[in-house]
Design a protein around this ligand. Structure first.
Ligand SMILES: [Mn+2]
Length: 324
Protein backbone atom coordinates (compact mmCIF):
# COMPACT_ATOMS: atom_id res chain seq x y z
CA UNK A 1 0.00 0.00 0.00
CA UNK A 2 1.15 3.49 -0.75
CA UNK A 3 -0.10 6.82 0.43
CA UNK A 4 0.22 10.39 -0.75
CA UNK A 5 3.43 12.17 0.27
CA UNK A 6 3.34 14.43 3.29
CA UNK A 7 6.54 16.35 2.57
CA UNK A 8 6.25 20.10 2.21
CA UNK A 9 8.55 21.25 -0.57
CA UNK A 10 10.82 24.25 0.15
CA UNK A 11 11.52 25.40 -3.38
CA UNK A 12 8.37 24.37 -5.26
CA UNK A 13 5.02 26.17 -5.07
CA UNK A 14 3.12 22.87 -4.81
CA UNK A 15 3.97 19.29 -3.98
CA UNK A 16 1.52 18.05 -6.58
CA UNK A 17 2.90 19.31 -9.87
CA UNK A 18 5.24 17.03 -11.76
CA UNK A 19 6.72 17.44 -15.24
CA UNK A 20 8.00 14.29 -16.93
CA UNK A 21 10.52 14.21 -19.79
CA UNK A 22 11.18 10.86 -21.50
CA UNK A 23 14.55 10.84 -23.25
CA UNK A 24 15.09 7.85 -25.52
CA UNK A 25 18.73 8.59 -26.24
CA UNK A 26 21.75 6.28 -26.22
CA UNK A 27 24.37 8.33 -28.12
CA UNK A 28 26.52 9.15 -25.08
CA UNK A 29 27.81 5.58 -25.12
CA UNK A 30 28.07 2.66 -27.55
CA UNK A 31 25.54 0.01 -26.43
CA UNK A 32 22.09 0.00 -28.03
CA UNK A 33 18.99 -0.38 -25.89
CA UNK A 34 19.22 2.29 -23.18
CA UNK A 35 16.94 4.41 -25.39
CA UNK A 36 14.15 1.86 -24.72
CA UNK A 37 14.24 2.44 -20.96
CA UNK A 38 11.66 5.24 -20.73
CA UNK A 39 9.05 3.10 -22.48
CA UNK A 40 9.87 0.10 -20.30
CA UNK A 41 9.52 2.24 -17.15
CA UNK A 42 6.26 3.77 -18.35
CA UNK A 43 4.82 0.44 -19.48
CA UNK A 44 5.52 -1.00 -16.06
CA UNK A 45 3.08 1.58 -14.69
CA UNK A 46 5.40 4.21 -13.24
CA UNK A 47 3.50 7.33 -14.30
CA UNK A 48 0.18 5.82 -13.35
CA UNK A 49 1.56 5.05 -9.88
CA UNK A 50 2.75 8.61 -9.48
CA UNK A 51 -0.69 9.92 -10.43
CA UNK A 52 -2.86 7.46 -8.55
CA UNK A 53 -0.80 6.45 -5.51
CA UNK A 54 1.23 9.60 -4.92
CA UNK A 55 -1.42 12.03 -6.20
CA UNK A 56 0.70 14.03 -8.61
CA UNK A 57 -0.72 16.17 -11.39
CA UNK A 58 1.54 14.91 -14.15
CA UNK A 59 2.43 17.04 -17.17
CA UNK A 60 3.83 14.71 -19.83
CA UNK A 61 3.68 15.08 -23.60
CA UNK A 62 3.18 11.33 -23.89
CA UNK A 63 6.22 10.81 -26.07
CA UNK A 64 9.56 9.15 -25.68
CA UNK A 65 11.71 11.65 -27.56
CA UNK A 66 14.25 10.19 -29.97
CA UNK A 67 15.36 13.62 -31.32
CA UNK A 68 16.07 12.12 -34.74
CA UNK A 69 15.03 15.41 -36.41
CA UNK A 70 17.82 17.39 -34.74
CA UNK A 71 20.55 14.77 -35.19
CA UNK A 72 23.40 15.93 -37.49
CA UNK A 73 24.07 13.81 -40.56
CA UNK A 74 27.82 13.79 -40.02
CA UNK A 75 29.33 13.64 -36.59
CA UNK A 76 33.04 12.84 -36.62
CA UNK A 77 35.01 12.60 -33.37
CA UNK A 78 36.25 15.89 -31.95
CA UNK A 79 38.69 16.33 -29.04
CA UNK A 80 38.40 12.58 -28.52
CA UNK A 81 34.60 12.84 -28.03
CA UNK A 82 32.36 10.34 -29.84
CA UNK A 83 29.22 11.81 -31.49
CA UNK A 84 29.81 15.25 -29.94
CA UNK A 85 27.32 17.14 -32.13
CA UNK A 86 24.54 14.60 -31.60
CA UNK A 87 24.94 14.54 -27.82
CA UNK A 88 25.20 18.32 -27.76
CA UNK A 89 22.06 18.80 -29.87
CA UNK A 90 20.01 16.35 -27.80
CA UNK A 91 21.16 17.66 -24.43
CA UNK A 92 20.48 21.25 -25.55
CA UNK A 93 16.93 20.25 -26.42
CA UNK A 94 16.54 18.33 -23.14
CA UNK A 95 17.81 21.40 -21.31
CA UNK A 96 15.02 23.52 -22.83
CA UNK A 97 12.36 20.90 -22.04
CA UNK A 98 13.49 20.55 -18.41
CA UNK A 99 13.86 24.32 -18.01
CA UNK A 100 10.23 24.89 -19.10
CA UNK A 101 8.89 22.50 -16.45
CA UNK A 102 11.25 23.78 -13.73
CA UNK A 103 10.61 27.43 -14.53
CA UNK A 104 6.89 26.95 -13.99
CA UNK A 105 7.57 25.47 -10.55
CA UNK A 106 7.12 21.80 -11.28
CA UNK A 107 9.26 18.99 -9.95
CA UNK A 108 11.01 17.56 -13.03
CA UNK A 109 11.40 13.81 -13.53
CA UNK A 110 13.58 12.80 -16.48
CA UNK A 111 13.69 9.19 -17.62
CA UNK A 112 16.82 8.34 -19.63
CA UNK A 113 18.60 7.45 -21.68
CA UNK A 114 22.31 7.29 -20.94
CA UNK A 115 23.87 9.63 -18.37
CA UNK A 116 25.03 12.18 -20.97
CA UNK A 117 21.46 13.54 -20.83
CA UNK A 118 22.23 15.03 -17.41
CA UNK A 119 24.06 17.80 -19.28
CA UNK A 120 20.57 18.77 -20.40
CA UNK A 121 18.59 18.11 -17.24
CA UNK A 122 20.92 19.81 -14.77
CA UNK A 123 21.65 22.83 -16.99
CA UNK A 124 17.87 23.23 -17.28
CA UNK A 125 17.13 23.07 -13.55
CA UNK A 126 20.20 25.11 -12.56
CA UNK A 127 19.04 28.01 -14.73
CA UNK A 128 15.38 27.77 -13.73
CA UNK A 129 16.02 27.56 -9.99
CA UNK A 130 18.44 30.52 -10.14
CA UNK A 131 15.77 32.58 -11.86
CA UNK A 132 13.03 31.47 -9.46
CA UNK A 133 14.91 31.58 -6.15
CA UNK A 134 18.31 33.21 -6.74
CA UNK A 135 19.98 30.08 -5.36
CA UNK A 136 22.71 27.80 -6.66
CA UNK A 137 21.66 24.22 -7.32
CA UNK A 138 23.15 21.30 -5.42
CA UNK A 139 23.58 18.01 -7.25
CA UNK A 140 23.66 14.56 -5.66
CA UNK A 141 25.15 12.17 -8.22
CA UNK A 142 24.50 8.52 -7.33
CA UNK A 143 26.63 6.33 -9.55
CA UNK A 144 29.34 3.65 -9.68
CA UNK A 145 31.27 6.14 -11.84
CA UNK A 146 32.13 9.82 -11.38
CA UNK A 147 31.30 10.80 -14.99
CA UNK A 148 33.69 13.76 -14.60
CA UNK A 149 36.21 13.01 -17.33
CA UNK A 150 37.14 15.87 -19.60
CA UNK A 151 37.44 15.02 -23.29
CA UNK A 152 41.20 14.89 -22.69
CA UNK A 153 41.19 12.59 -19.64
CA UNK A 154 38.59 10.18 -21.05
CA UNK A 155 39.92 6.86 -22.24
CA UNK A 156 36.77 5.79 -24.11
CA UNK A 157 35.63 9.11 -25.61
CA UNK A 158 32.06 8.25 -24.57
CA UNK A 159 30.33 11.43 -23.45
CA UNK A 160 28.23 9.67 -20.76
CA UNK A 161 31.50 9.69 -18.80
CA UNK A 162 31.86 13.49 -19.12
CA UNK A 163 28.59 15.24 -18.14
CA UNK A 164 29.81 16.49 -14.76
CA UNK A 165 32.91 18.03 -16.36
CA UNK A 166 30.77 20.10 -18.73
CA UNK A 167 28.23 21.03 -16.05
CA UNK A 168 30.90 22.31 -13.65
CA UNK A 169 32.90 24.14 -16.32
CA UNK A 170 35.91 21.83 -15.85
CA UNK A 171 35.46 21.04 -19.53
CA UNK A 172 34.52 23.88 -21.86
CA UNK A 173 34.02 24.25 -25.59
CA UNK A 174 33.58 27.30 -27.76
CA UNK A 175 31.71 25.60 -30.63
CA UNK A 176 28.03 26.16 -29.95
CA UNK A 177 27.12 22.86 -31.61
CA UNK A 178 29.49 20.99 -29.29
CA UNK A 179 28.41 22.12 -25.81
CA UNK A 180 29.40 25.75 -26.37
CA UNK A 181 25.71 26.52 -25.74
CA UNK A 182 26.19 25.89 -21.99
CA UNK A 183 26.14 29.29 -20.29
CA UNK A 184 27.34 30.27 -16.80
CA UNK A 185 23.79 30.40 -15.43
CA UNK A 186 23.29 26.77 -16.50
CA UNK A 187 26.34 25.51 -14.62
CA UNK A 188 26.80 24.14 -11.12
CA UNK A 189 29.55 24.65 -8.57
CA UNK A 190 31.81 21.78 -7.52
CA UNK A 191 31.21 22.91 -3.90
CA UNK A 192 27.59 21.76 -4.05
CA UNK A 193 28.25 18.52 -5.90
CA UNK A 194 28.20 15.29 -3.87
CA UNK A 195 28.76 11.74 -5.09
CA UNK A 196 27.41 8.54 -3.56
CA UNK A 197 28.27 4.95 -4.49
CA UNK A 198 31.52 5.46 -6.43
CA UNK A 199 33.67 2.38 -7.06
CA UNK A 200 35.08 2.59 -10.60
CA UNK A 201 36.98 5.84 -11.04
CA UNK A 202 39.45 6.56 -13.81
CA UNK A 203 42.92 7.83 -12.91
CA UNK A 204 42.29 11.26 -14.42
CA UNK A 205 39.01 11.51 -12.54
CA UNK A 206 40.67 10.75 -9.19
CA UNK A 207 42.98 13.69 -9.77
CA UNK A 208 40.07 15.96 -10.70
CA UNK A 209 38.10 14.95 -7.58
CA UNK A 210 41.16 15.57 -5.37
CA UNK A 211 42.30 18.79 -7.01
CA UNK A 212 38.86 20.37 -6.69
CA UNK A 213 38.04 18.97 -3.24
CA UNK A 214 34.83 17.42 -4.50
CA UNK A 215 32.76 15.67 -1.82
CA UNK A 216 32.44 11.99 -2.65
CA UNK A 217 31.22 8.99 -0.68
CA UNK A 218 32.50 5.78 -2.24
CA UNK A 219 31.35 2.26 -1.43
CA UNK A 220 34.25 2.22 1.05
CA UNK A 221 32.64 5.07 2.98
CA UNK A 222 29.27 3.31 2.91
CA UNK A 223 30.90 0.13 4.23
CA UNK A 224 32.64 2.08 6.99
CA UNK A 225 29.83 4.34 8.19
CA UNK A 226 26.65 2.72 6.92
CA UNK A 227 24.28 4.42 4.53
CA UNK A 228 22.42 6.27 7.33
CA UNK A 229 25.52 8.15 8.50
CA UNK A 230 26.61 8.76 4.91
CA UNK A 231 23.28 10.40 4.08
CA UNK A 232 23.60 12.59 7.20
CA UNK A 233 27.00 13.71 5.93
CA UNK A 234 25.76 14.24 2.35
CA UNK A 235 22.82 16.38 3.44
CA UNK A 236 24.88 18.16 6.08
CA UNK A 237 27.40 19.16 3.43
CA UNK A 238 24.68 20.57 1.16
CA UNK A 239 22.80 22.32 3.96
CA UNK A 240 19.07 22.75 4.43
CA UNK A 241 18.60 25.88 2.35
CA UNK A 242 19.74 24.65 -1.07
CA UNK A 243 17.61 23.15 -3.83
CA UNK A 244 18.74 19.65 -4.86
CA UNK A 245 18.81 17.82 -8.18
CA UNK A 246 19.25 14.05 -7.73
CA UNK A 247 20.87 12.32 -10.70
CA UNK A 248 20.55 8.57 -10.18
CA UNK A 249 22.44 6.13 -12.39
CA UNK A 250 20.94 2.68 -11.90
CA UNK A 251 24.47 1.22 -12.10
CA UNK A 252 25.04 2.58 -8.58
CA UNK A 253 23.05 -0.46 -7.49
CA UNK A 254 24.86 -3.77 -7.36
CA UNK A 255 24.34 -5.84 -10.53
CA UNK A 256 22.58 -8.35 -8.28
CA UNK A 257 19.67 -5.88 -8.18
CA UNK A 258 20.14 -3.98 -11.43
CA UNK A 259 22.00 -6.15 -13.94
CA UNK A 260 20.53 -4.55 -17.08
CA UNK A 261 22.81 -1.56 -17.45
CA UNK A 262 25.67 -0.63 -19.79
CA UNK A 263 28.59 -0.53 -17.38
CA UNK A 264 27.77 -2.75 -14.37
CA UNK A 265 30.30 -2.84 -11.53
CA UNK A 266 30.11 -5.39 -8.74
CA UNK A 267 30.20 -4.36 -5.08
CA UNK A 268 27.46 -1.76 -5.30
CA UNK A 269 24.48 -0.51 -3.33
CA UNK A 270 21.73 -2.86 -2.23
CA UNK A 271 18.21 -2.25 -3.42
CA UNK A 272 17.29 -0.83 -0.01
CA UNK A 273 20.35 1.44 0.13
CA UNK A 274 19.31 2.88 -3.23
CA UNK A 275 15.75 3.48 -2.05
CA UNK A 276 17.03 4.85 1.26
CA UNK A 277 19.14 7.48 -0.51
CA UNK A 278 16.07 8.59 -2.47
CA UNK A 279 13.89 8.58 0.67
CA UNK A 280 16.38 10.70 2.63
CA UNK A 281 16.70 13.27 -0.15
CA UNK A 282 12.91 13.40 -0.49
CA UNK A 283 12.51 14.00 3.27
CA UNK A 284 14.55 17.21 3.05
CA UNK A 285 11.83 18.90 1.01
CA UNK A 286 14.64 20.44 -1.05
CA UNK A 287 14.49 18.05 -3.99
CA UNK A 288 13.36 19.75 -7.20
CA UNK A 289 14.36 17.23 -9.89
CA UNK A 290 15.31 13.62 -10.45
CA UNK A 291 17.02 11.81 -13.34
CA UNK A 292 16.85 8.05 -13.63
CA UNK A 293 19.36 6.85 -16.22
CA UNK A 294 21.24 3.89 -17.71
CA UNK A 295 18.49 1.28 -17.43
CA UNK A 296 19.08 -0.91 -20.50
CA UNK A 297 16.38 -3.56 -20.84
CA UNK A 298 18.14 -5.21 -23.80
CA UNK A 299 21.19 -6.14 -21.71
CA UNK A 300 20.78 -9.08 -19.35
CA UNK A 301 17.24 -9.77 -20.58
CA UNK A 302 16.55 -12.03 -17.61
CA UNK A 303 17.31 -9.21 -15.22
CA UNK A 304 15.53 -6.51 -17.18
CA UNK A 305 12.30 -6.60 -15.21
CA UNK A 306 14.23 -6.50 -11.93
CA UNK A 307 16.20 -3.51 -13.17
CA UNK A 308 13.05 -1.69 -14.31
CA UNK A 309 11.38 -2.45 -10.98
CA UNK A 310 14.39 -1.15 -9.08
CA UNK A 311 14.30 2.03 -11.17
CA UNK A 312 10.59 2.57 -10.54
CA UNK A 313 11.12 2.07 -6.83
CA UNK A 314 13.86 4.69 -6.69
CA UNK A 315 11.61 7.17 -8.51
CA UNK A 316 8.70 6.57 -6.14
CA UNK A 317 10.94 6.95 -3.08
CA UNK A 318 12.42 10.20 -4.41
CA UNK A 319 8.91 11.50 -4.95
CA UNK A 320 7.93 10.91 -1.37
CA UNK A 321 6.67 7.35 -1.18
CA UNK A 322 7.29 5.79 2.23
CA UNK A 323 7.20 2.26 3.60
CA UNK A 324 4.76 3.19 6.37
MN1 LIG B 1 26.56 7.64 -14.76
Amino acid sequence: MTSAPTITPKFLPSRHDLGVVAVGFSGGQTKAGVDAAPMALIESGLIQQLEEDLEFNVTFDGQVHAYTDIMPKEDPDYRNMKRPRSVSAVTWQVSKQVYEHAKSGKFVLTLGGDHSIAIGTISGTAKAIRERTGKDLAVIWVDAHADINTPETSESGNIHGMPVAFLTGLATETHEDMFGWIQKDQMITTKKLVYIGLRDIDKGEKKILRDHGIKAFSMHDIDRHGIGKVMDMVLGWIGSDTPIHLSFDVDALDPMWAPSTGTPVRGGLTLREGDFIAECVAETGSLIALDLVEVNPSLDIQGASDTVRAGCSIVRCALGDTLL
